[in-house]
Design a protein around this ligand. Structure first.
Ligand SMILES: *[C@@H]1O[C@H](CO)[C@@H](O)[C@H](O)[C@H]1NC(C)=O
Length: 222
């Protein structure tokens, strides 16, 4: 009875051991599975991370290249801007010069592509000559009867003709001689000899006067 009991108890123990063993083996398998799953997951995550790192490095390089390109472009634009500013400055100066020139052309008129300026004040011949020179011009040199007639005036006006350097040798201010046969002297002119060495125009005729007389004057600029 006792043996039977003991046998019976052994068989129960055996059964229990088997169950425990089976349970432990199952647990082991489960743990193994869990470990495998976790390792796989870890590996996947590591791969993703590595890829991400690589992508990040690539993007960083691309961005750096873009920054370099942009900086080059910026330098180029800055250079262009500098050039444009320089040009602007130059244009401003040209505009100023043109305005000054235009302003200087106030009171000038054009006849057969030559510019003429009729003074509003009166000065002696020397000062009149100087005024024309300051305007980048000279006292008028009459080259034809037509030109003379165009400036027919009812008052004496100084022109660029004088015999100051050699009596009776009338010369224009550009050094050329009064054309022989130029018949535009007034009747009996020139009559002043030494005392009258500068010529003025009156009513499209020439008259000699003392150079210290003060008249209006005509400048011309070719
Ligand atoms: C012309 O006028 C200026 C200034 O008034 C004077 O200095 C000069 O002596 C004058 N010349 C003649 C030739 O009269």
């Amino acid at each position: 009875m006792c043996k039977t009991t003991s046998k019976g108890s052994d068989s129960v123990r055996n059964k229990t051991y088997k169950k425990v063993t089976a349970y432990l083996v199952l647990q082991c398998i489960l743990l193994l599975e869990a470990i495998i799953l976790l390792s796989i997951e870890h590996k996947t995550k590591a791969d993703i991370y590595e890829n991400g790192e690589e992508n990040f490095a690539n993007q960083k390089n691309t961005l750096r290249e873009e920054i370099e390109n942009l900086e080059t472009k910026k330098d180029g634009l800055q250079q262009e801007n500098n050039n444009a500013n320089k040009q602007k400055q130059q244009l401003k100066e040209e505009e100023k010069a043109l305005l000054k020139h235009l302003h200087g052309m106030d009171g000038w008129m054009c006849y057969q592509s030559v510019f003429y300026y009729m003074s509003t004040e009166t000065k002696n011949w020397t000062e009149s000559k100087k005024d024309c020179e300051q305007r980048g011009a000279s006292l008028m040199i009459i080259n034809s009867k037509e030109e003379h007639k165009f400036f027919k005036s009812d008052a004496n006006v100084w022109i660029g003709l004088t015999d100051k350097n050699e009596e009776r040798k009338w010369k224009w201010v550009d050094g050329s001689e009064l054309a022989t046969g130029f018949s535009s002297w007034g009747p009996g002119e020139p009559n002043g000899l030494q005392g009258e060495s500068c010529a003025a125009s009156f009513s499209a005729e020439l008259y000699d006067f003392s150079c210290s007389e003060t008249f209006n004057w005509i400048c011309e600029r070719k």
